[in-house]
Ligand binder design. Structure first.
Ligand code: PEP
Ligand code: CO
Length: 456
C-alpha cells in the first residue's frame, strides 16, 4: 500500500487524544508545519550511520532521560545535569568497552505519555489521565486534564529551547572528553556516592584523559572519533499530529524526514501492525526504535520489523527489548532467534526499566535497582548464547538527587524524600553512575575475544 503523510489517518489510532476542538488542532498543526525543524536530515543520516556501526559491534549506544519531560523542567540546571550524567556514564562505557559511544537523550520532546487507562479516578471523581505536557497537565482538575491543542506548540518551543542549550553546551567544548571535570554535578561530593564509586569514577576519568593524551601524542587518528561528543535526541512518537506536522521532504534527498527528533520510537502500546503508528513510521527515513515486551510473538515481530524496514537498510531499526528480569530469559531468546533467522538488520538494545515497574505496599510506583541490573545481565547472556550482539542500553534517569528507585543506596523508606517523577521512577545520579560501571564490565566481557578451541 502506498504511504503518504496522511495515510496513518485511515488506520486505528491507539492512545488517541480526545481533543474537543478539531479546528483548533488543525490550526496548530498548520502553524507547526511552517516552523523550522528541530533537527536536520544530515544529523538523522549521521545517526543512522552510527547505528549501522553499532549493529556491527563497533559502537555502543547509551539512551537515557526522563520518563516524562515536563515544560517546568526546561531549566538550565536540570538540562545541564541530565547532559552531565549522560556524559559521565558514556565516559565510563567508552573506557570499559574501548569503543565509541553514541549518546541519545530522551530529551527535547519526550512530552507525550501512553497510559494504561484513559481516565483516572480519585474520591469518586473521574477525569482524563495525564498524557504528558504535549497534551494536558498533571494536576487533578478538569481544566488541567483537558487536552489543549495549544500544548503542541508550547511543547515544540520548549523542545527547541532545550535543544538549543544542549547544542550550545556540546558544541563549545563543554562535552569534550578531555575535560570530564566540567561535568561534575554540584552535589558530586555529597550525592551519596560511596567512597569506592567516587574513587572508581575519578580513576576512570584520569585513566581516560591519560589514554587520550597518549594516543594524541602518537598521532592516533581514532582519537578524534573517540573524544568527539555527538549528542542526539529521541522521544516516543506518540502524538501523530505533532510528529506529522514536522515531517517533510528535504532538498536532494529521497523520502520524508521526521524533524522533531533524530530517533523516534514506537511504544509497546502502539506498535500494532495495521495501526496508525506503524503506518506513519514505516514511511519516514529516520532511525526508528521499537519497544518489544514479554508478550511479543516472535513471528509478529518479524512481520512488524519487515514492514518498518522493507529494504533491510542498515542502521534503520533499533529493537528496544523491555522484558523484565523475570521474563527476559523466556521471552528474549525466541525473539532474537526469529529476527536472526529472518536475516533482519537491527540493533538490539535493552530497556531494563519498563518490565520492572512495581508498586510498594502503600502504592508508590518504583523499580528495584537489582531487578534492573539483572535484566541487563541476563540480556547480555541471552545475546552471547545466540551469538548476537547487545549494542545499547535505554535508561530512565535524571541528573538530580531523586528517590524513586529502590537499591543502589536507597530503601523503600527513602522514596518519599524526593519523589519528583510525574510518570515512571527514574534512576538518580548515583544509581545511574553505578549502573554504568556494571554495564561497562559486561560490555568488556562481551567484547573480549572468544577463546578458540585448541587443536589436538
Ligand atoms: C516509556 O519508554 O516511557 C514507555 C512508556 O515504554 P513502553 O512503551 O516500553 O512501555
Ligand atoms: Co517510562
Amino acid at each position: 500500500m502506498p504511504w503518504h503523510l496522511d495515510s496513518w489517518k485511515d488506520k486505528p489510532l491507539a492512545q488517541e487524544v480526545a481533543y474537543d476542538d478539531p479546528a483548533a488542532v488543525a490550526s496548530v498543526v498548520a502553524k507547526l508545519s511552517q516552523l523550522p525543524p528541530l533537527v536536520t536530515s544530515w544529523e538523522v543520516e549521521r545517526l543512522k550511520a552510527s547505528i549501522a556501526e553499532a549493529q556491527a559491534g563497533k559502537r555502543f549506544v547509551l539512551q537515557g532521560g526522563d520518563c516524562a519531560e515536563t515544560l517546568l523542567d526546561c531549566q538550565p540546571g536540570i538540562i545541564a545535569n541530565k547532559l552531565k550524567i549522560l556524559l559521565q556514564m558514556s565516559m565510563v562505557l567508552v573506557h570499559a568497552g574501548k569503543k565509541p559511544v553514541v549518546r541519545i537523550g530522551r530529551l527535547a520532546g519526550q512530552y507525550a505519555k501512553p497510559r494504561s487507562k484513559p481516565t483516572e479516578e480519585r474520591d469518586g471523581v473521574s477525569l482524563p489521565s495525564y498524557f504528558g505536557d504535549l497534551v494536558n497537565q498533571p494536576e487533578f482538575t478538569a481544566d488541567a486534564r483537558r487536552a489543549h491543542p495549544r500544548a503542541l506548540l508550547d511543547a515544540y518551543s520548549h523542545a527547541a529551547l532545550t535543544l538549543n542549550f544542549v547544542r550550545s553546551l556540546t558544541a563549545a567544548g563543554f562535552a569534550d572528553l578531555h575535560h570530564p571535570e566540567y561535568w561534575d554535578l554540584g552535589f558530586f561530593s555529597r550525592s551519596g556516592l560511596t567512597r569506592e564509586l567516587r574513587d572508581e569514577y575519578m580513576q576512570t576519568t584520569e585513566r581516560l584523559s591519560e589514554a587520550l593524551r597518549f594516543m594524541e601524542a602518537l598521532g592516533e587518528t581514532t582519537v578524534d572519533e573517540l573524544s568527539r561528543v555527538d549528542f542526539y535526541t529521541s522521544h516516543e512518537g506518540l502524538n501523530l499530529h505533532y510528529e506529522a506536522a514536522q515531517t517533510r521532504q528535504v532538498p536532494r534527498r529521497d523520502g520524508h524526514y521526521l524533524l522533531t527528533t533524530h530517533m523516534p520510537w514506537i511504544g509497546e502500546r502502539t506498535r500494532h501492525l495495521g495501526g496508525a503508528h506503524v503506518e506513519f513510521f514505516r514511511g519516514i527515513q529516520n532511525v526508528v526504535g521499537v519497544k518489544l515486551g514479554p508478550k511479543v510473538d516472535p513471528q509478529d515481530a518479524v512481520t512488524l520489523l519487515t514492514c518498518l524496514n522493507p529494504t533491510n537498510e542498515a542502521g534503520k531499526l533499533v529493537c528496544i527489548t523491555r522484558m523484565g528480569a523475570a521474563e527476559v530469559e523466556r521471552a528474549l531468546p525466541p525473539l532474537v532467534s526469529a529476527v536472526t533467522a529472518a536475516g533482519l538488520r537491527v540493533l538490539w538494545m535493552c530497556d531494563p526499566m519498563h518490565g520492572n515497574t512495581q508498586a510498594t505496599a502503600t502504592g508508590i510506583k518504583t523499580r528495584s535497582f537489582d531487578d534492573i541490573l539483572l535484566e541487563i545481565e541476563r540480556s547480555f547472556a541471552v545475546h552471547a548464547d545466540a551469538k548476537t550482539h547487545l549494542g545499547g542500553i535505554h535508561f530512565e534517569l535524571t541528573g538530580e538527587d531523586v528517590t524513586e528507585c529502590i537499591g543502589g543506596g536507597l530503601t523503600e523508606a527513602d522514596l518519599d524524600k524526593n519523589y519528583a517523577s510525574v510518570c515512571d521512577p527514574r534512576l538518580n545520579y548515583r544509581q545511574a553512575l553505578e549502573m554504568a560501571f556494571r554495564v561497562g564490565s559486561w560490555i568488556r566481557r562481551a567484547s573480549a575475544p572468544r577463546q578458540s578451541p585448541t587443536r589436538a
